[in-house]
Design a binder for this molecule. Structure first.
Ligand code: NAP
Length: 262
């Protein structure tokens, strides 16, 4: 197999809570390809986990960054600007919605929960893209993570589904605007995967099992599937792909009706 070589390229990954995080799946592939990595985490709680995960990485930089705080976002990119000769890859793997907003009916979502989910899960991509813009090198790539509930109703996904719709719309607008500088922006739409964020979706375990039985490939998606697609979208191998939502979901989204085989 021919391997991608990203030696000397600089990649920032935002949103790794542990080794099951989709952000870590993409980071692992970037590391294997030779890129130099930096990570952001939210709060001291996650610092130790990231320190352990990245202990063997040379020159790895770690930043505390809550994406609801513009000053923290600015501090990350200010510091990267002083230590890196630009950014070649940016991974946005961040989402949050208050648990109450996922437990009940969408129609009952409070104003505050709706705004929180949209701010953290969708606006944050705009905020970090703007802060990163002056540092992007020619041909740089941005990848975010989304889910099919943005297009079709997935019960209980509620306000997170609406945040994913806004996120995918943002990908298209950012792709148009940043494309003038040769920067590409894409989203990976992944099938259900067992992560901390997924645990807050009511009925996730049943969804995970049903998915495996009815997707065209009859299997769930792996971390390697997501990681390798991320690597592809952040590399010159996808040089003319931008503004896209690329599915890695065992083909689930192409079905008009799901028959569960016993
Ligand atoms: P994860 O491991 O829990 O990662 C989510 C990350 O978002 C965590 O590191 C979390 O930090 C961070 N985050 C939340 N609020 C933040 C804030 N205000 N500022 C900075 N970071 C914040 O879960 P994941 O499943 O890998 O999620 C990554 C992305 O993949 C999300 O966009 C998710 O919607 C998407 N996705 C997941 C699936 C799935 O089935 N797992 C499928 C499709 C798409 P804290 O732990 O501190 O909150």
């Amino acid at each position: 197999m021919v391997n991608l070589d990203l030696t000397g390229k600089k990649a920032l990954v935002m949103g790794v809570a542990n080794k099951r995080s989709l952000g870590w799946a993409i980071a692992s592939e970037l590391i294997d390809a030779g890129a130099e990595l930096a990570f952001t985490y939210q709060g001291e709680r996650l610092k130790g986990t990231l320190e352990k995960l990245t202990a063997d990485l040379p020159n790895c930089r770690l930043y505390d960054c809550d994406v609801t705080d513009d000053a923290q976002i600015a501090a990350v990119f200010d510091d990267l600007g002083q230590h890196w000769d630009g950014i070649d890859a940016l991974v946005h793997a961040i989402a949050f919605a208050p648990r109450e907003a996922l437990d009940g009916r969408y129609v009952d979502t409070t104003r505050s929960d709706w705004l929180t989910a949209l701010e953290i899960s969708a606006f944050s991509l705009v905020a970090v893209a703007r802060a990163a813009e002056p540092l992007f090198n020619e041909g740089a790539g941005v990848v975010t993570l989304t889910y099919h509930a943005s297009e079709k109703v997935v019960p209980k996904y509620n306000v997170m589904a609406i945040a994913k719709s806004a996120l995918e719309g943002s990908v298209r607008y950012l792709a148009y605007e940043l494309g003038a500088k040769g920067v590409r922006v894409n989203a990976i739409s992944a099938g259900p995967m067992r992560t901390i964020a997924a645990r807050s979706i009511p009925g996730f375990t049943e969804m995970y099992k049903a998915f495996e039985r009815s997707a065209p490939l009859r299997r769930n998606v792996t971390h390697e599937d997501v990681g390798k697609l991320g690597l592809f979208l952040l590399s010159p191998w996808s040089a003319s792909t931008t503004g896209e939502v690329v599915y890695t979901d065992s083909g689930y989204n192409v079905m008009g009706m799901h028959l569960v085989e016993e």
